[in-house]
Design a protein around this ligand. Structure first.
Ligand code: NDP
Ligand code: 2IT
Length: 447
């Protein structure tokens, strides 16, 4: 078995040897899915996984724009169209200086499995740019987004590829991107999700990833007759996902102790309550400030510069910032402090070593492709509402989101429960995600 996995990974490595994040994502999937393929004749010998690691299409393009001082800036734009066997490509756009092929291919690959898990008909894709939105004026953001869409528009469409937000892309950016698409195509369609509420957006989409991550964790805790009530929660990040993971944790009776950004984290031993979270949302979303400014408003809290929050004592950890932000040592610290549940809001935030330690300690661990799927699932609900030219209420969308998170949890149990009763959510999510896409690919032949 090990030999077949190694041989497969050697082929992928040879083709993509300068793409470490992509290889990391593929390795995790291969180790859990190949043993399943070997046991199931319909998939064996068809090179299905080998087909799935090759993007159906990958575009890169030049993005030129003029900054506020009149200087011409050049960035690189990307869209990876990974797999469309079960629906049009769907996945976010990331604007961050670290964006490259490896990062976007790992995200697009994860997205294929995640979207399959949502139960909705969406293929997988991802895109973005090495553009750094930090410190840019609203006008610069607008000019960049317009320039980016003036090329991207020819590759996407409501039945082809439907981008959304990710790191550095929120409702402001989606607005500018949508405006240029609408102008160039002379069409008002649901080509992007995460839109504003007055122009086709869905209620609960802004909250969905963070809420979903907590709903998934609540489902995991339920398998041990446990819940969020009275628990201490440590969260990383302070962007879209972290903010709403914090909000839902508080609503379920937990105490949120930390939030962070790439410069450091804040620790509030009295808990970040609803009022304090409102302050954070204003600070991050309107003033576009740094999390360190929290202690100016709440001087009893501490700011720990240059560190991640994983050494703080907690029951539940929700990594909601970025890939590989939680390593083996961090996992050990969490376990030593009695952490019983880790639910990933970010994509691939835990390293391979960290996941191995969580599994060895048999704690509840959910990989992002299962636990953060609420965001894209609600994007799917936004697409449905756009097609119906209709709008569901908050309660309707929230109920559907809860149901979807519960179904994803069930799928993970179906394929991930070991003989001794431990639920390996990584294995469960990978196999459940794979089966649906593989079945569609086999039905459609070699294309
Ligand atoms: P935002 O841009 O809103 O927030 C990102 C947060 O993560 C910020 O606090 C940012 O801090 C921090 N961060 C970013 N890069 C790094 C880094 N290299 N090291 C440490 N901290 C970092 O993004 P989102 O909240 O939307 O996304 C967070 C994660 O969730 C990502 O992994 C994304 O792929 C994933 N995700 C997002 C979904 C969505 O719907 N938005 C859906 C599913 C997953 P700073 O300001 O210092 O950069
Ligand atoms: O990683 C993700 O699932 C997202 N950034 C959201 C994608 C989407 O299409 O809503």
């Amino acid at each position: 078995m090990k030999k077949i996995v190694t041989e497969f990974l050697d082929i992928v490595k040879e083709r993509n040897n300068n793409e470490p994040e992509f290889l990391q994502a593929v390795e995790e999937v291969a180790e859990t899915v190949i043993p399943y393929i070997i046991k199931h004749n319909i998939y064996y010998g068809k090179n299905v996984l080998l087909r799935m690691v090759e993007p159906e299409r990958a575009v890169t393009f030049r993005v030129c724009w003029v900054d506020d001082s009149g200087e011409i800036q050049v960035n690189r734009g990307y869209r990876i169209q990974m797999n469309s066997a079960i629906g049009p490509y769907k996945g976010g756009l990331r604007f961050h200086p670290t964006v490259n092929m490896s990062i976007l291919k790992f995200l697009a690959f994860e997205q294929v499995f995640k979207n399959s898990l949502t139960t909705l008909p969406m293929g997988g894709g991802k895109g973005g740019s090495d553009f750094n939105p930090k410190g840019k004026s609203d006008n610069e953001i607008m000019r960049f987004c317009h320039a980016f869409m003036s090329e991207l528009f020819r590759h996407i469409g409501p039945n082809t590829d439907i981008p959304a937000g990710d790191i550095g892309v929120g409702q402001r950016e989606i607005g500018f991107l949508f405006g240029m698409y609408r102008k160039l195509r002379n069409e008002f369609t649901g080509v992007l999700t995460g839109k504003g509420m007055t122009w086709g957006g869905s209620l609960i989409r802004p909250e969905a990833t963070g809420y979903g991550t907590v709903y998934f964790a609540e489902n995991m805790l339920k398998t041990n007759s446990n819940s969020f009530m009275g628990k201490n929660v440590v969260i990383s990040g302070s962007g879209n996902v972290a903010q709403y993971a914090a909000e839902k944790s508080i609503q379920l009776g937990a105490k949120v102790l930390t939030l962070s950004d790439s410069s450091g984290y804040i620790f509030d031993e009295n808990g970040i309550d609803e009022d304090k979270l409102k302050f954070v949302m204003q600070l991050k979303n309107e003033k576009r400030g740094r999390i360190s400014e929290y202690i100016n408003e709440y001087p009893n809290a501490k700011y720990i510069k240059g560190k991640t929050p994983w050494s703080e004592k907690c029951d539940i950890a929700l990594p909601c910032a970025t890939q590989n932000e939680l390593n083996g040592d961090d996992a050990e610290a969490l376990l030593a402090n009695g952490c019983i549940c880790v639910s990933e809001g970010a994509n691939m935030p835990s390293t391979k070593e960290a996941i191995e330690k969580f599994h060895k300690a048999k704690i509840l661990f959910a990989p992002g492709k299962a636990s953060n799927a609420g965001g894209v699932a609600t994007s799917g609900l936004e697409m449905t509402q756009n097609s119906l030219r209709y709008k569901w209420t908050r309660e309707e969308v929230d109920n559907k989101l809860r149901e979807i998170m519960e179904e994803i949890h069930e799928s993970c149990i179906k394929y991930g429960k070991d003989d001794n009763g431990y639920i390996d959510y990584v294995k469960g999510a990978n196999i459940a995600g794979f089966v649906k896409v593989a079945d569609a690919m086999l039905a459609q032949g070699v294309v």
